[in-house]
Design a protein around this ligand. Sequence first.
Ligand code: SAM
Ligand code: SF4
Length: 342
Amino acid sequence: MTPYDATSGQGPRALTDGFGRTVTYLRVSVTDRCDLRCVYCMAEHMTFLPKAEVLTLEELDRIASAFVALGVRKLRITGGEPLVRKGVMDLIEGLGRHLRSGALDEITLTTNGTRLTEFAGRLADAGVRRINVSLDTLKPALFRTLTRGGDLAKVVAGIDAAQAAGLHVKINAVALKDDNAAELPELIRWAHGRGCDMTLIETMPLGEVEADRTDQYLSLKQVRAELESFWTLTDIPLSTGGPARYVEVAETGGRLGFITPLSHNFCEACNRVRLTCTGTLHSCLGQDDASDLRAVIRAGASDTDLADAIRLAVDAKPKGHDFQIARAAAPAVRRHMSTTGG
Ligand code: SAM
Ligand code: SF4
């Protein structure tokens, strides 16, 4: 077997779990920090991690590259807000070597968009082709409320900058019953009108936040039925390797995805695992399973030891999650989405 080479990311292939699913997709959270405080994601006063607990850029590169060597074809950089991490562009540019070598198909990013005016050009130059921007409303006042202080104009300017740099932008919105349900058709029309795909997400019970998620939860089955009362939605087989089911909207000519962790379980086709900024590998978004890869590398592990630890963690990937939105129920997992990475 070809030995693992950390620089090129070339080496032994195929990372398969105990249920025969092959892991080809790694999400890397590069920070737990954020310049926004979305109500469904974070508590108002979050305690962020001390620096020593957070992986350095070199450690992030090493672990991500080990996954590439084991057959991961797609990396998504996320957070917290990835673009607030100092040096994140150096990390992305460095990981770009795996795109050039052909070991990796894609590096993508999930961002709140506030810093895209600054970084869009560099992202495109680094080989990033597609990004997801989270945006739940086009109303400045509601945006300020939902994000606890965010400036909508900055995000829209960021999306403009990303598109001008040639990045394909997908808009992600969390469907919130009281806050943006009525506005969703307008948001979809806006996204499609500017050539963006759009994905709707159900709120997931991750981490303690002030709001009661039972109040915010809106089933996307319900949203779809509502949209179908005035639009023609046609299922399309588009697969981005993710859990979204896509439709085409005849009236807007755009694509719309539904991510329905609660009303439709998507675990059987799951191809992904998540690395937090502290080096913890979560092989399932909705379970408390965790493997500490930071301890492995900080104990001086060789590349082979690291690859073995990754294989072991992936082998134990749970069959699926069991999210439930029950009134007063505890979150399915204690960690927030900003810790795990969206
Ligand atoms: N800060 C970046 C952003 O907002 O795009 C990346 C990280 S954020 C945690 C990733 C995605 O998770 C966002 O689209 C956000 O809306 C979503 N998210 C956060 N908390 C969530 C929750 N409890 N349920 C569903 N989606 C959530
Ligand atoms: Fe920050 Fe993204 Fe969470 Fe909003 S969803 S608080 S932008 S990490």
